[in-house]
Design a protein around this ligand. Structure first.
Ligand SMILES: NC(=O)c1ccc[n+]([C@@H]2O[C@H](COP(=O)([O-])OP(=O)(O)OC[C@H]3O[C@@H](n4cnc5c(N)ncnc54)[C@H](OP(=O)(O)O)[C@@H]3O)[C@@H](O)[C@H]2O)c1
Length: 324
């Protein structure tokens, strides 16, 4: 089968097309013919940084090839001996073996049955592939940790990006009042997916405009390491600060609690004990049309390097999809 292998840690051009053996499946796994792959910022971090690669891909040192990627949609073509959830021909999607070796940049993948869910018939493979790691991150942050509810005022940083554009739509689904933050070029996009207000981080300071948020979802990889301090200022007493990038220091967490009764929670997309339930919920939202994947680029498999060149800018609008 065709796959994209990482020749060596470095530039996007190190991702090259190769012929590799089909993966073998364990008893609890299915073989999936991949129809669409989604690319995330973490893919670019591990591609260019050996320490990240070792930590996230969990390199053993004896791999014949390094094949990145953790997000797919596709069709089940073979069942492991103990698989009960799927049958051959089922259309599925999911974020699997993260962290670990999912080897998703390929024509076929081997995935555990409990890390995939059925793709609704009326949702395209591309839209489903997008709604995996990015959608789950927004869900884990806002729903599982943030306990978002009707009437909450929520600031979503990075509202035009992969995680943020799902976050805006999930927050609206739960009846929240959403303040989306991105650069001015993406104002219409963010308001168009349902945000009630827009803040341009390049010309405005969000913490001067909002000081009564119930939840701030902070996914900003910023040179300004005080970004979570600013997010704390935007919260009302009793609010929740969800930090996706920074691991907040104990002193910061304790101060937020004692001065403002604000909970500060670090968000990681995995482990997520309610993953299957959450993905099935997302599948229903995609099927009903209440949540949509905005796809800004689709590339053929051999042009994976183009997807990486864009995703590493950290200015992606919605999702980038690659099709084998
Ligand atoms: N903790 C976890 O488990 C986890 C999981 C997944 C992702 N992440 C991280 O979360 C971040 C977002 O992921 P993603 O997939 O959404 O990335 P993405 O698709 O590249 O989107 C990044 C977004 O951030 C916006 N942005 C950049 N600087 C900003 C600022 N100062 N204030 C507000 N928004 C700003 C960009 O808007 P403009 O283009 O308009 O500038 C863009 O919308 C990444 O750093 C990713 O690594 C963490």
């Amino acid at each position: 089968m065709k796959a994209i292998i990482l020749k060596e840690v470095g530039e996007p051009q190190n991702l090259v097309l190769a012929d590799v053996p089909l993966p073998t499946i364990a008893a609890n796994e299915v073989l999936v013919q991949v129809k669409a792959i989604s690319v995330n910022p973490v893919d670019a971090y591990v591609r260019r940084n050996k320490a990240y690669l070792d930590a996230v891909y969990q390199t053993q040192g004896n791999e014949e090839h390094i094949i990145l990627g953790w997000d797919v949609s596709g069709i089940v073509t073979e069942l492991g001996a103990s698989v009960t959830k799927f049958k051959i021909g089922d259309q599925v999607f999911g974020n699997f073996k993260f962290i670990g070796q999912a080897n998703a940049y390929a024509e076929f993948i081997a995935a555990p049955e409990n890390e995939l869910v059925l793709k609704p018939d009326n949702v395209t493979f591309e839209a489903a592939a997008g709604a995996t790691m990015a959608a789950m991150t927004a869900w884990v942050s806002l729903v599982n940790h943030g306990k978002i509810k009707k009437g909450d005022k929520v600031i979503i940083h990075g509202a035009s990006g992969g995680v943020g554009h799902y976050g805006v739509q999930f927050a609206k689904h739960f009846g929240a009042y959403v303040v989306g933050v991105a650069s001015g070029d993406n104002r219409d996009f963010v308001l168009g997916i349902g945000a009630n207000e827009f803040i341009d981080y390049k010309s405005q300071r969000f913490e001067e405009l909002v000081t009564d948020a119930d939840i701030v979802h902070d996914s900003v990889w910023s040179d300004d390491d005080k970004h979570i301090e600013r997010s704390l200022k935007a919260l009302k007493p009793g609010g929740t600060l969800l930090s996706l990038i920074v691991y907040p220091e104990t002193e910061f967490v304790e101060r937020a609690l004692s001065e403002k009764n604000v909970k500060v929670l670090r968000v990681n997309v995995t482990p997520n004990p309610t993953y299957e339930h959450d993905m099935e919920y997302v599948a229903r939202l995609l099927s009903s049309g209440e949540v949509k994947t905005h796809i800004s680029h689709v590339f053929p498999l051999e042009e994976m390097y183009k997807a990486h060149t864009i995703v590493q800018t950290k200015n992606t609008v919605g999702k980038i999809i690659v099709v084998p």
